[in-house]
Design a protein around this ligand. Structure first.
Ligand code: HEM
Ligand SMILES: Cc1cc2nc3c(=O)[nH]c(=O)nc-3n(C[C@H](O)[C@H](O)[C@H](O)COP(=O)(O)O)c2cc1C
Length: 502
């Protein structure tokens, strides 16, 4: 099937002829022609999407969802056939008539981004993101399990904690720097590892790496990042600390290879490994599935299940081993010397087990409400930990993420003993549209809010935050409040859409 040598110029018409498994499946990616016939059945994103696009230039679909080393890691060099002859490619001038009203509106909103100075808080980034992201990207970022109750409750659970500020204390100078996994950081927040930042912006995770480096905060690198590890290392400042997030692969040697690669990086590049344990199978994220507009096969969440039509989340997670137990910690220790943080711990008992098994940290997290619907809000788990086993907060580093949107949320978690607070979606939204500038502004907004909160609380250093400075109201669940939040968000989107109409 492969004719001619690598580097030969290939007529686009020849590519187009290779549009089925029988005739061979060729695609063009960034001007290069690949024969992926033998790869179709191994493709982590499923065979359907490839068959639908066989014989075409797939650059626009391919680039946002693949790390730049995906081809080198998965294809044999012989599958690179050569370069497409540019003189044979018909520029498909995109006719506005071919675009849906929705897509036209989206593009207009992207061109008319509100000036970044009008973005006052993290919710503003989300509102803008909803107007500028493709349906697929918005669904992937915003979706959560089942009815998305957990996602909303993660956030509103913070509202049962109130402050008891002290007065008449000099607060001109405040210092919100701290230490996270042995590294000095300027703020107690970090970027939670979240996949596929390129769905929101062409530079993807690079925006976050650069912004985190400038601000001296830690970035969690998702196992499913759309920027390759090598590029991330290249984007990192020489003294910048990252955390690598790992899912244990059914093929253990693949995970071992990644751990070996992480440990070969410059000393200090990785502060720790975050092993995510709250998603042995993917949560049921229906908006993510709907955005694909394809029929979904039911059944078989694990071995042998089909990922057809199930959305980005399921497509990229098929390799995760659902069959791991606590002995995974000793497996890890055999292969990696970096501190281990278990991400997705949701009970006091499991914090204790993490400590007893020799983990250095835990992240209290329910995956931003994307895994088990009705899993408790992480801040509620922290409250329970603080009340029942405050000793554990001294023995193991407790981090937390999920629903954190304000500087005051961060101060509440720290007052209860958390060492660091992660934010996931806000950074994905902030870099969509605004790129690195958006990520930097999101960090600055959090810094301003944390510093202002500290001053108003009457403290000048994070060490002065104590449980005595907060009051915890009894748990309550107010579906009406959740509903109002959703409505307010939608109202804004309609306003913004109206504003971008001519
Ligand atoms: C050229 C060879 C290809 C390789 C080596 C490859 C590799 C991969 C890998 C490794 C993933 C998982 C992403 C991750 O873990 O971060 C993935 C997902 C995905 N791939 Fe590919 N891929 C190839 C071609 C294509 C083509 C031609 C298309 C579409 C025309 C495509 C569309 C997708 C999509 C959309 C996903 C995300 C999951 C989804 O939405 O279903 N891929 N691919
Ligand atoms: C779009 C998206 C992708 C994510 N990808 C990952 C991932 O690859 N690995 C992981 O451990 N957690 C992942 N998470 C979960 C985040 O690390 C984090 O726990 C969650 O986003 C925190 O909630 P928040 O979005 O309310 O801040 C993802 C979250 C989102 C929203």
């Amino acid at each position: 099937m492969i004719k001619g040598g690598k580097g030969r110029l290939i007529d686009m018409a020849e590519v187009q002829e290779h549009n089925s498994p029988e005739k061979g499946v060729w695609v063009v990616i960034q001007g290069q022609v690949y024969d992926i016939t033998s790869f179709i059945n191994k493709h982590p994103g499923g065979d359907r999407i490839i068959l639908k696009n066989a014989g075409k230039d797939v650059t626009d679909i391919y680039v946002p969802v693949h790390p730049s080393d995906a081809i080198a890691e998965n294809l044999d060099p012989s599958q690179h056939l050569g370069q497409v002859d540019p003189s044979t490619v018909k520029e498909e001038a995109e006719s506005e008539k071919d675009l849906s009203q929705r897509e036209l509106k989206r593009r207009k909103a992207l061109k008319n981004l509100p000036p970044i100075g009008t973005i006052l808080n993290l919710d503003d980034f989300q509102r803008v993101a909803q107007t500028i992201l493709t349906d697929q990207a918005w669904a992937y970022y915003s979706s959560a399990a089942d009815d998305e109750i957990t996602k909303h409750f993660n956030r509103s659970a913070y509202s049962r904690i109130w402050f008891k500020p002290r007065i008449l204390r000099p607060v001109m100078e405040v210092d919100c720097s701290t230490e996270l996994m042995g590294h000095d950081v300027s703020l107690p927040i970090y970027i939670s590892p979240a996949a596929m930042a390129k769905l929101g912006h062409p530079d993807g995770e690079a925006n976050l790496t650069k912004a985190a480096g400038e601000a001296q905060i830690v970035q969690g690198i998702s196992a499913n990042a759309s920027v390759s590890l090598d590029e991330t290392i290249a984007n990192r400042k020489s003294d910048q600390a990252l955390i690598y997030q790992l899912y244990v692969n059914k093929d253990r040697s693949a995970s071992e290879k990644i751990l070996a690669k992480i440990q070969k990086q410059p000393k200090g590049a990785f502060a720790a490994i975050m092993l995510t344990v709250d998603a042995p199978v993917m949560g049921n994220r229906e908006s993510d599935m709907r955005a694909k507009g394809e029929e979904v096969q039911t059944g078989g969440d694990t071995e042998g299940g089909s990922s057809e039509g199930k959305g980005v989340g399921v497509a990229i997670s098929g390799y995760i081993d659902p069959n791991i137990g606590w002995d995974i910690v000793s497996w890890y220790k055999q292969h990696c010397k970096l501190p281990l943080i278990l991400k997705g711990v949701q009970t006091v008992d499991d914090v204790e087990l993490a400590f007893k098994n020799g983990c250095q940290g835990v992240v209290l997290s329910n995956h931003g409400g994307r895994s088990l619907e009705y899993s408790r809000a992480p801040i509620d788990v922290l409250i329970e930990l603080h009340q029942k086993r405050p000793d554990l907060l001294q023995k193991i580093d407790v981090l937390i993420d999920g629903g954190v949107r304000r500087g005051t949320d961060v101060l509440k978690a720290l007052a209860l003993g958390a060492k660091g607070v992660g934010l996931g979606r806000p950074f994905l939204y902030a870099q969509s549209g605004y790129g690195q500038e958006g990520a930097s502004r999101a960090i600055q907004i959090m810094k301003d809010e944390i510093e202002r909160g500290m001053r108003l609380l009457g403290i000048t250093s994070l060490k002065q935050l104590t449980p005595e400075m907060i009051e915890i109201l009894p748990p309550s669940f107010d579906p009406y409040l959740l509903h109002r939040q959703e409505e307010r968000r939608r109202e804004y989107v309609f306003e913004h859409e109206a504003a971008t109409e001519e």
